[in-house]
Design a protein around this ligand. Structure first.
Ligand SMILES: Nc1nc2c(c(=O)[nH]1)N[C@@H](CN(C=O)c1ccc(C(=O)N[C@@H](CCC(=O)O)C(=O)O)cc1)CN2
Ligand SMILES: NCC(=O)N[C@@H]1O[C@H](COP(=O)([O-])[O-])[C@@H](O)[C@H]1O
Length: 153
């Protein structure tokens, strides 16, 4: 971002650079910048966040969860919208907080879950598709039974 005069110019440059690859889906993990409106208008973006949203949004989720004293945290895979970690939630998984945890140990345990969950969810999104109800509620399609997962619930 320091190579551009402002966020708008960065947003435009990033959009054009990624568009050259013609992605069907953009995924972000550890991308620590807020994506701009031009980028989000052009691409569907999926992000992994190291907390159980809506709890602990932002750039320091693991630190904030520890400071709050939660006993359970986790990770969230979500679509990215113009807000900060406010996009529709696709999947979540809980991770227990241990009494001896510090930010590094807890974050590493969360990452172990993310590495599996993120890959699984992105794979299912691109293979089987998804639906979003009321602009908020995401259902992954079940290829075998050809229904939305939530219809089975
Ligand atoms: N428009 C969006 N862009 C991004 C989102 C999002 O939800 N909406 N998620 C992030 C990833 N992320 C959390 O998962 C996240 C990353 C960074 C920040 C943040 O506050 N960044 C600051 C700079 C912080 C720093 O450099 O330490 C900033 O951009 O001003 C919040 C959430 C991916 N992009
Ligand atoms: N708010 C965004 C955020 O905190 N993202 C987090 O950065 C880590 C990247 O791990 P890595 O550096 O080992 O790839 C991941 O835990 C991801 O959820």
């Amino acid at each position: 971002m320091t190579d551009h005069p402002d966020r708008n110019a960065w947003d435009t440059a990033l959009t054009e650079a990624v568009a050259a690859h013609r992605p069907d889906l953009v995924v972000s993990a550890g991308f620590m910048k807020i994506l701009g409106p031009r980028f989000l208008d052009r691409f569907t973006v999926v992000n992994t966040h190291p907390a159980l949203l809506p709890a602990f949004p932002g750039a320091h989720a693991v630190r904030d969860a520890l400071a709050y004293g939660v006993k359970v945290t986790g990770c969230t895979v979500h679509f990215v919208d113009a807000g900060v970690d406010t996009g529709p939630i696709i999947a979540q998984e809980a991770v227990p907080v241990r009494w001896h945890d510090d930010e590094e140990s807890l974050h590493e345990r969360i990452k172990e879950v993310e590495r599996r969950l993120f890959i699984d969810v992105v794979g299912r999104l691109v293979r089987d598709g998804w639906t979003v109800r009321d602009d908020r509620h995401v259902s992954l399609k079940c290829k075998v039974c050809r229904t939305d997962e939530t219809e089975e619930a």
